[in-house]
Design a protein around this ligand. Structure first.
Ligand SMILES: Nc1ncnc2c1ncn2[C@@H]1O[C@H](COP(=O)(O)OP(=O)(O)O)[C@@H](O)[C@H]1O
Ligand SMILES: O=P(O)(O)O[C@H]1O[C@H](CO)[C@@H](O[C@H]2O[C@H](CO)[C@@H](O)[C@H](O)[C@H]2O)[C@H](O)[C@H]1O
Length: 439
């Protein structure tokens, strides 16, 4: 362990570096790590070391994938990616090293075809939970490979859901190339070994804005988003229809409904404990959940799970909206995220996102009031979804209200932990949604 008196210097160096990485989950904490397994491979340019690193974080143990490249001598272009030095060799954060990109694409089990050869590689910049490498390839254009940082036993829904859509011929997700799986020791499994996805490769769509940016600009400029939101609703309906046919579904029996409502209540308890304004409304929110438990629920199916405007790219017509990142809510346990769920959860996520556009603009240095813009966008989105899915959302109003509240409650916790200056956006939504449901 890194905090023991006899700490291993290599692990100590890796731990110190991990603490500064965007993907390190226990922000502000000091990693207490142990390398539980390692896979090593040698290529012409570098030794590839994939470490499986267990961090005993205060919130519970987290297993990270830490791929490193070891170069016999320092490589000047990789200076910013240096993790440490070891016996005179330079150890780098592998996704920044083209030697790793070549190795990775060569190892990925492509769905029916070879990817590559890799001509160049760069790491996608910005705020991400994982690390994505964009590779130029001689045969398949640009390919983006997401290297999952936090590992879990079992399939990652980001891979399985997008692969199902892509295999069904849907262009609502980037075309899938394939995935890399691996195994590592896990005392929590009866077999002592966990199996899961390590990386996922798909078509890279360069130069596109995401719907959050497009919507924010439209709202700031006072331009209607109704037509775009309507198309977004229809595109989501298309995704749900394909998923209902391509992946398992489940009847919403009393057990499933009870479990879903119990999850909502647990999230409410967490939010009420962390944010006093939610505690004030907890009883009223609970009544919205009570009502949702008494109405009919639609068949459960695979969904996106954490849908918001930032998860959708705006491709030129005729392709239109393209959905990304089906990994589900980061605050939700991974095994729950691959289960069939209610498609209305995604609809509610997007409704919340239009409200966030208004909330974000109200928080700007020169605040802009865009409540009417958001109202119009929300209604247009629902119209598009109803037309595309053939479902009558009004018939499910009580359920949709509960999912929207549940999402706002989730967001309160997410913002309190990650972006406290924005917590007022979902807190105000809880207030408003409770009042609307009571009225
Ligand atoms: N296939 C792709 N084509 C173009 N851009 C992409 C693609 N996949 C991801 N991106 C960009 O990378 C960002 C992060 O992707 P995401 O799947 O959300 O990663 P993470 O799980 O690391 O948060 C997206 O918001 C988008 O801007
Ligand atoms: O994209 P992630 O899977 O990391 O999702 C998490 O972070 C999101 C913030 O980036 C958060 O989304 C919330 O903020 C968005 C604006 O930044 C807004 O459009 C969303 O509607 C709102 O939920 C998401 O909840 C969280 O899981």
């Amino acid at each position: 362990m890194t905090d023991a008196a006899h700490a291993d210097p290599f692990e100590t160096a890796v731990a110190g570096w991990m603490a500064d990485q965007r993907w390190y989950a226990a922000k502000g904490g000091t990693p207490s790590i142990r390398v539980v397994a390692e896979q090593t491979d040698t290529t012409a340019d570098a030794t590839i070391r994939t470490l499986f690193v267990l961090d005993d974080a205060p919130t519970g143990p987290v297993l990270y994938q830490v791929p490193l490249t070891v170069r016999p001598a320092a490589v000047p272009e990789l200076a910013a990616a240096l993790v440490t030095e070891l016996d005179g060799a330079a150890v780098y954060d592998a996704p920044h090293d083209v030697a790793y990109a070549r190795w990775l694409l060569g190892r990925i089990e492509a769905d029916g075809e070879h990817i590559g050869p890799v001509t160049d590689a760069r790491v996608l910049s910005g705020e991400q939970s994982n690390t994505s490498v964009i590779c130029g390839t001689a045969e398949n254009g640009q390919v983006i490979t997401k290297v999952f940082r936090v590992l879990h036993d079992g399939e990652n829904p980001d891979v399985t859901t997008q692969r199902a859509l892509s295999t069904a011929g849907s262009v609502r997700v980037p075309r899938t190339f394939g995935a890399l799986t691996g195994e590592w020791p896990d005392a929590g499994q009866a077999s002592g070994t966990a199996h899961g996805h390590l990386a996922f490769a798909q078509e890279f769509l360069p130069g596109l804005e995401d719907a959050w940016r497009v919507a924010l600009t439209a709202a700031r400029d006072g331009e209607s988003f109704a037509s775009a939101a309507d198309r977004l609703g229809a595109a989501l309906a298309e995704v749900h229809t394909v998923l209902a046919g391509a992946m398992p579904t489940a009847t919403s029996g009393p057990d499933q409904v009870d479990e879903a409502i119990a999850t909502m209540r647990r999230r409410l308890d967490t939010a009420a404990a962390e944010v006093p304004q939610v505690a004030e409304h907890a009883a009223a929110v609970g009544r919205v959940y009570d009502r949702a438990a008494t109405v009919p629920w639609p068949t459960m199916q695979r969904i996106h799970g954490d849908l918001h405007l930032g998860q959708v790219l705006s491709a030129p017509e005729p392709r239109g909206w393209v959905f990304l990142d089906f990994e589900g809510e980061p605050l939700r346990p991974m095994p729950e995220r691959s289960r069939p769920d209610v498609a209305l959860r995604d609809v509610a996520g997007m409704l919340r996102s239009f409200d966030y556009v208004a909330g974000a603009l109200a928080h700007e240095d020169e605040p802009v009031t865009t409540g009417d813009w958001a109202h119009e966008a929300r209604n247009a989105f629902l119209d598009g979804y109803e037309r595309g899915s053939g479902s009558d959302l009004r018939a499910h109003r009580a359920l949709l209200d509960a999912f929207e509240l549940d999402k706002a409650v989730y967001e309160v916790v997410y913002e309190a932990r990650n972006r406290p200056t924005w917590v007022g956006i979902p807190v105000a939504a809880v207030d408003r949604l409770v009042a609307r449901s009571a009225g």
